[in-house]
Write a protein that binds this ligand. Sequence first.
Ligand SMILES: *Cc1c(COP(=O)(O)O)cnc(C)c1O
Length: 393
Amino acid sequence: MIPHVLPTYNRAPIAFTKGEGSWLTAEDGTRYLDLGAGIAVNALGHAHPALVATLTEQAGKLWHVSNLYRIPEQERLADLLVANTFADTVFFTNSGTEAAELAIKMVRKYWSEKGQPERVEIICFEGAFHGRSTGAIAAAGSEKMVKGFGPLMPGFTHLKFGDHDALRAAVTDRTAAIMIEPVQGEGGIRTLPDACLKGLRDLADSVGALLVFDEVQCGMGRTGRLFAHEWAGVTPDIMMVAKGIGGGFPLGAVLATEGAAAGMTAGTHGSTYGGNPLGCAVGARVVEMVADDAFLDAVRQKGARFRQGLEGLVATHPEVFEGVRGQGLMLGLKCKAANTDVVKAAYAEHLLTVPAADNVLRLLPALNIDDADIAEALARLDRTASRVKADAA
Ligand SMILES: *Cc1c(COP(=O)(O)O)cnc(C)c1O
């Protein structure tokens, strides 16, 4: 008999009842150190007092009114995002995949308004993940996500990650946009080198195509800059954001330049819940805290410290780990053992990690994880590796 909850997830048999900072308490009272942060969502950890205060204060005033009216909390969050990024304008969604949908629609509208409605080709990359809506799975194009869901939305070209010749050949005056994650998350914490991001910007400019960055996972301070593309010193025309921006409250956004968004006039797009006062009040608090220079500097320092410890673990356990990837607190351990076995062994050490493609173990702790918890995480990962070795013997 089918479970009452549609069984589309491979769930671990653990349920949590309470969270505090980087720690989660399971039903049986066991405390787990959380290096997944709800897949880069709980940017400030669980139950951060400032976010709880903002949420409860807003909850007592107003949750939802609809976009039929002005929403001051939405305007305030948009002001903050515009002040801190390349963007001139922001649309709010409830998730990353909804942001992908709007990014795709915005690209199409842009060319339609320019009198080239046939210019719809968006270049995407193998290993990409943009969400689970029909547009987002067509954009990512991986067999695993699209199988059985055809016919897919047309207009996407998929290139191998890092194949520069194929890329140069693919970008033509029919290219509407190039869409890419500056650091692939689900794809295995694969960082696009700064030179490649710059090259993509130049390539897009050479044919007038739009550049779209998906920073749903790598954005909001995760790499030690507010957005990952800042490391390369290039800016996109359109950017998708979600995950960390709500600190755990469902919230996403599409940021765009005035030029890229020009066709998106009244009536061209909408969302019932998107940009509701509750989500935007929380989002504004998160952005205020994460966009702070001292906060981001601390993320870089924590990331460096964590990374150094991880390099040590690779040296100690070469049978289990192969190398460290990523930037800031978006880190990946390339595994030699099966990454899913490592995730399971970590559960036994009461440590939460997240598997990714390319046999990588993702480590995405709360951005404010403290030094003692980083040390504890390294100790538990060390024991996890020993456990994997013992299980294999
Ligand atoms: C998680 C993710 C998405 C999809 O976000 P949802 O909120 O799950 O729809 C899109 N892009 C990237 C890079 C992601 O990591």
